[in-house]
Design a binder for this molecule. Structure first.
Ligand code: UT7
Length: 320
């Protein structure tokens, strides 16, 4: 027996406003055909005024708590992954804390862009294992629509807004819960995917800039490598994986990564078609979809993976 972090429930929140490729084609020089063929994206959700990273995160957290049968006052730790916080400080996690009516817990944000949820999951897992709390909320929430350059067709069609959350509980268990996590960063690639503003430099929020083709190339190599690392760490073979829940950047990256690992495409959970790339929210959003539609069941062996700005990348292997 070992103290591990077990996923008790999942939740998600998407802004009601759904924007199709056809609608975007009215604003920028693009077509539904180009977007679908190059990315697999059909639509994305975009936050309205008043819908923020923290409000979406709170809604996702409430649903995760309900699914887990855990009350807000049992939560001792909130780790929120985001690159688009409501305020420069304090952390959006503290806004969520107050919205949930929690008077005292540990609450902070983690910034690792699209890998944010994997970083948050790993941090929360280790804090639970270390005895800092018994129940944790791990949330990925983003409003990337606010940092997109809506004149740049090469980026503005790729992203969407949303939030996903899970409740973790520390349990003495043989082999349930988070079995291993692995994280990486390589800051040399800053200029391939970044925001051209910041508090300490320009004093502005800035807009997202990306050299998509180069990011794509690195993504497939790094994701396959880190997935092999978590498999090796637990002694599992790729053939034992029931479900892959990847970061949803581009359907072609998902297909290429699955192929590299020899995994059948039907084991890969895909939501990029409906959500586009929601950065730190995409993994918990996809997890929530596959849990709620009954694909992922208790006892399944699942791997989560992501890669994004930094570069950062990471993976987790979980017995659900
Ligand atoms: O979440 C973080 C990780 N991010 C990623 O993983 C993103 C990884 N990269 C990608 O997903 C792909 O590289 C993109 C979807 C961003 C682009 O696909 P691509 O096949 O690499 O296309 P490209 O950038 O090489 O562009 C091909 C052509 C270009 O025209 P020319 O130079 O060949 O005449 C672009 O100007 O497509 C053009 N283009 C577009 N055309 C219509 C770029 N964006 C658009 C657009 N509509 N929205």
């Amino acid at each position: 027996m070992m103290r591990r972090s077990v996923i008790m429930g999942t939740g998600a929140a998407l802004p009601p406003r759904r924007v199709t490729n056809a609608e975007l084609a009215e604003r920028v020089d693009t077509t539904h055909e180009w977007i679908i063929e190059r990315t697999g994206i059909e639509a994305r959700h975009i936050a309205a005024d008043g819908e923020t990273t923290a409000t979406l995160a709170t809604e996702a957290a409430r649903k995760a708590l309900e699914a887990a049968g855990v009350s807000a006052d049992q939560i001792g730790l909130i780790v929120l992954a985001t690159a688009t916080p409501d305020q420069t400080f304090p952390a959006s996690a503290t806004i969520v804390q107050t919205a949930l009516g929690i008077d005292d817990c540990i609450a902070f944000d983690v910034a690792a862009v699209c890998t944010g949820f994997l970083y948050a999951l790993s941090v929360a897992d280790n804090m639970l294992k270390g005895g800092m709390a018994e129940h944790a909320l791990v949330i990925g929430s983003e409003t990337f629509s606010r940092i997109l350059d809506w004149e740049d067709r090469a980026t503005c069609v790729l992203f969407g807004d949303g939030a996903g959350a899970i409740v973790l509980k520390a349990e003495e268990t043989e082999d349930r819960g988070i079995l291993a996590t692995r994280l990486h960063a390589d800051g040399r690639h800053n200029q391939l995917l970044f925001v051209d503003g910041g508090v300490s430099t320009t004093g502005t929020v800035g807009k997202l800039r990306m050299k998509g083709k180069e990011v794509f190339r690195h993504a497939v190599v790094n994701l396959a490598a880190v997935l092999n690392e978590v498999l090796a760490a637990t002694g599992h073979d790729a053939s034992e994986i029931d479900w892959v829940v990847p970061h949803q950047a581009n359907k072609r990256i998902l297909d290429a990564t699955a192929k590299k690992l020899g995994l059948p495409p039907e084991k890969v959970v895909i939501t990029v078609d409906q959500h586009a790339n929601t950065s730190a929210a995409s993994v918990p959003l996809a997890l929530n979809v596959a849990v709620r539609d009954g694909r992922i069941r208790k006892g399944d062996l699942i791997v989560l993976e992501a890669m994004g700005g930094g570069f950062t990348w990471g993976a987790a292997i979980v017995r659900y």
